[in-house]
Each structure stands twice: as C-alpha cells, then as structure tokens.
Design a protein around this ligand. Sequence first.
Ligand code: PGA
Length: 322
Amino acid sequence: MPLQRLANRISTFRQLEIIRQLARDGSIGAAAESLHLTQPTVSMQLKKLSTAIGMPLYEVVGRKLKMTEAGAALAASAEKVFDEIDHLTMHLNALQGLQAGQLKLSAVTTAEYFIPHLLGPFCQRFPNIELALEVGNRSRIVDRLKENEDDCYFFSHPPEDPGLEAIPFVPNPLVVIASRKHPLAKKRKPIPWETLANEHFLVRESGSGTRLTIKQFLEQRQLSFGPITTIASNEGIKHGVMAGLGLAVVSAHTLNEGDLVNLTELNVEGFPIEQSWYCVYLRDKELSPIAKTFIEFLLGDGQKMLGSALNYWRQHRRPKVK
Ligand code: PGA
C-alpha cells in the first residue's frame, strides 16, 4: 500500500495511540484503562484501524492477545510518531518561549565555580535568551528569594520553607584543606577534630552558607573552632591557606588542579561533610518556559557535566586510611 494512502487511511492520532497502548499493555481492557476509554471504544477504533490497513492487528489465542506482525509494526511506528511529536512540542515551546526571553538566576558565592560551566552549553542551545546571574553569599541570595527577584536560586543550604521547591542535583562535599607544607599534611591516619583545637582556621563571613554548615556540623558534635580569621571570599581563603595563615573548610568545588599543587585535603574524621547543591524556586510562581527548560537541562545533561567536574577532586584526594 503506498505510504500516502496509508497516512490517509489512519484517520486519527487517537487510533495510533490505541494501538501503541495495546502493544504496551497486552490486553484491550488494560489499554482502555490506561487511556481512560471504554473497552467498546477501544475495540471499535482497533477494528477501524484494522480495516484501514487491510490486515488484522491482533489475534486472541486461548485467552491471550497476541499482536500480529502488522499490528506490532504499526505499534512500533506509533511509538516513533509520538516521540517525534514530543520533540516537536519541546522545540515549538522553545521557539515560543526561548527566543527572546530572560532567565534570571541567583547563586551563592561557592556555586560560582560551576554554574557558569552549565550556562555555557545551555546558552549554546538557546543562543537568544537574555541571561543574568547574580552571585552573593547565602544571606544575600535568601533576601533575593524573599523578594522573588529571580527564576531559580542555587544553595547548598536552602532556607526551610514549605513554599519552596528545592531539588538536589549534585554533591557538595566540604573538605578540610591545608598548605602542603603544614605538618599535618603528611599525616595519613584520620585526624580527630580535637587535634585541630589549636589550629588557626580561616572562615567565611557570617551570612555565608559554608560557614553556617560548618557551625552546625561542629555544634551537632559538641565541637568548636580554635582561633579563627574571617575572610569573605573562597579565593581569599585558599590563598591564605597556601600562605600558611591557617587551615580551612571549603567546598571541593572551589579546588582546581592548580590549587592542589600547593594545597592538600586533610584526612579529618567526619569529613568530607556530605551535602548537596539545590536548585530552588518558589512553589507558587509560574515558571517561564525558559526557566522550566533550564531546570530540565540542569537535571539531565547538566547533572552529568557537573558529576564529571567533581571527578578531578575524587581522583586526587588524599586516600582514606581506614
Ligand atoms: P556561601 O554558600 O558561598 O554563602 O558560603 C555556600 C553554601 O550555601 O553552602
């Protein structure tokens, strides 16, 4: 039968949907239930479809329904047609919503090490969007969230609020770092935190999520810091540690190959502090098509990209001695 005529004979997408469901579910009753149709409607549409292509689509052997070769071929093609329609829908949505739209993001300072690496590939896919990324410490980004200034926010320590959707997407391990020249740098056995009681620590400013996480971690274990120096920047802290100013607890995302020439991760009991990065948005806010597409990207390809970004740290970290 010529293709043109076949297309003309299959009168509705509904029929294709039905044959697809029949192949998936294996019975008319189950297919009817999946599609919220009655069994007679499904049987009637299958009959019409069978008449249209001039061949039976299924046979009943004993009490079992078996797709004929024609029925199975039609169902397989229907799967492809609907996949293609899904792609087309996404594409059209993208064209409608992404051509000239705006995407406004806010991220805590530590996230600036990886969020831009996601934005590159995303903007290559959707080159016409207007992107704005605001970076600040946790308390500043919490303020922006309260004011509903952006589409999505990135925290590792999202505020606890039932009005927020917070989706974890990648690990954020916090590690203790020291200069390679520090006496503890050579120690291979796990170091109890108490041993560090007299060590000088470089910590982020109050309002920082990293600082808050460490504070809660120590409080839960009834531990504390020794002397501290506040430096309001991850880069400043790393350089301070390199210069022998003290030790620090930082996110592994802040460490790159160059840093690990001068810095090392200490094998401290209870570390790394395992936490996640979260993509956060207001539950009641109607997300724009761009924001929805960005979140889909983040949880798909973006997540894979970031997983491999952390592999460098995993491969080069000090091996744990049990
Ligand atoms: P910060 O936030 O950059 O403000 O320390 C990081 C985090 O939320 O863990």
